[in-house]
Design a protein around this ligand. Structure first.
Ligand code: SF4
Length: 331
C-alpha cells in the first residue's frame, strides 16, 4: 500500500491538543460513561457550574502545553430549555475566546446545539464535533437514559452543521454489540450527509473500551473485526474524509495494520485521555519513531484540516492559515 505510483499517502496526521472540561455535569446517562456527574438542581436553574473550570486554571492548563494548537472543549450537557443552559453555553463561548486569546484554536464537542448556539460557536471555533456513535438495538439500550443520543438528533446536528458550512468531526463508537451491517449503515448515512454538504472533515473510528478495574487491551479478535470496519469505512466514505483512530485505544503493535486498512489520522493527542483515563496516551515521539520504522511519517495538523480552511469566517481563517503555515503547511 505504501509508496509507489498511485499508492496512498504515507503521511499520518495528528493534532497537538490540550483538553479543557467546562463541566462533567450531564443530563444524559449513557450506559458506558465514566465521565459524567449528575447536574445539581441549582445548576439546572442557572447557578454557576459546581465543577466549573475557572479562567486561571484554564490558562494554566494551556501554559503547561505550549505546543498544543488545538484546545478541545469537552463538556457534559445541560438540557435544552433548562434555565442553566444559557450560563453553560456562555461558558463554552468564554473558554473558546480564552483559547483564541492564548493563540490556540478551540474545537468544541458539547453535545447537540441549537441553530443559534452552533452558529455562535462557529464564529470562535474553526471546527466542531459530535459523534454519531452508531445505530441499532445495542446503542438504543445504552442510550435509554440519554435523550440527546437519539439517532434522529445526531443526524439533525450533522445536517445543521452542513447547512451552516462548519467543518465537522463525527465518528462511531465501535464494539458495543452492534453488527457489521449496522456499522455499514451508519457509515453510509455519514457518506450521504457528506455528499450533500461536504463538511465532514474526519470520522473517528473509536473502539469502546471498559474503564476502571475492567480496563483491558483490545482483544485480537476485535482488532481483526475492526480492521475490516476500517477498510469498509475507507470504501464507503469519500476520499476527502479523514479516518481517525485514537492510538491509546488500539494495540500499538497493530497500528500499522490500521493505517494499511485506511486510517490516516490519530486525532488530538494530549498528555491523557479524559474520557478513557485508564488508557494512557503514547507520546508523539513514541508514535513518530515507531511509524517511521514502518515507512509512515507523522505530521502535526490543526483542528481544522487544510481543505476546509477556506470555509472559515475571515478572522478565523487568517489566524488558522498563519498557524497552518507555521506547522509546515500541515493539514
Ligand atoms: S453525553 Fe457524554 S458525558 Fe453525557 S453521559 Fe453520555 S457519554 Fe457521558
Amino acid at each position: 500500500m505504501k509508496g509507489g505510483c498511485g499508492a496512498r499517502s504515507t503521511v499520518i496526521t495528528w493534532s497537538p491538543s490540550v483538553t479543557l472540561v467546562p463541566t462533567r455535569a450531564c443530563f444524559n446517562a449513557c450506559g458506558y460513561c465514566s465521565f459524567r456527574r449528575s447536574p445539581q438542581r441549582g445548576e439546572l436553574a442557572g447557578d454557576p457550574l459546581g465543577d466549573g473550570l475557572d479562567d486561571a486554571t484554564a490558562r494554566a492548563r494551556l501554559a503547561a502545553r505550549p505546543l498544543a494548537r488545538e484546545v478541545l472543549l469537552l463538556s457534559g450537557e445541560l438540557p435544552p430549555g433548562s434555565s442553566g443552559r444559557s450560563r453553560w453555553f456562555a461558558r463554552l463561548r468564554q473558554l473558546s475566546a480564552l483559547a483564541l486569546a492564548a493563540g490556540r484554536l478551540p474545537h468544541t464537542n458539547a453535545g447537540p446545539l441549537s441553530l443559534r448556539e452552533m452558529a455562535a460557536l462557529a464564529r470562535l471555533n474553526p471546527s466542531l464535533g459530535l459523534m454519531l456513535e452508531g445505530l441499532g438495538p445495542a446503542y438504543d439500550a445504552l442510550h435509554r437514559q440519554a435523550p440527546s443520543k437519539a439517532l434522529a438528533v445526531r443526524l439533525q446536528q450533522l445536517e445543521q452543521a452542513g447547512r451552516l458550512g462548519i467543518p465537522f468531526t463525527t465518528g462511531l463508537l465501535l464494539g458495543v454489540g452492534e453488527s457489521q451491517a449496522e456499522r455499514r449503515d451508519a457509515l453510509e448515512l455519514i457518506a450521504l450527509l457528506q455528499g450533500r454538504w461536504g463538511h465532514i472533515q474526519e470520522v473517528i473510528l473509536q473502539p469502546w473500551r471498559p474503564g476502571g478495574p475492567g480496563a483491558a487491551l483490545l482483544p485480537s479478535a476485535l482488532v481483526e473485526e475492526l480492521l475490516t470496519t476500517i477498510a469498509e469505512a475507507r470504501r464507503i466514505l469519500p476520499p476527502e474524509v479523514h479516518l481517525q483512530l485514537p492510538p491509546n485505544l488500539w494495540p500499538v503493535e497493530r497500528l500499522a495494520d490500521a493505517l494499511e486498512a485506511g486510517i490516516d489520522d490519530l486525532g488530538g493527542i494530549d498528555t491523557g485521555d479524559v474520557i478513557n483515563p485508564a488508557y494512557s496516551q503514547p507520546t508523539p515521539e513514541q508514535l513518530r519513531g515507531r511509524l517511521a520504522r514502518q515507512g509512515w511519517r507523522l505530521q502535526p495538523r490543526l483542528c481544522v484540516h487544510g481543505r476546509w480552511l477556506a470555509w472559515l469566517p475571515p478572522p478565523l481563517r487568517r489566524r488558522a492559515e498563519a498557524m497552518a503555515q507555521a506547522l509546515g503547511g500541515a493539514g
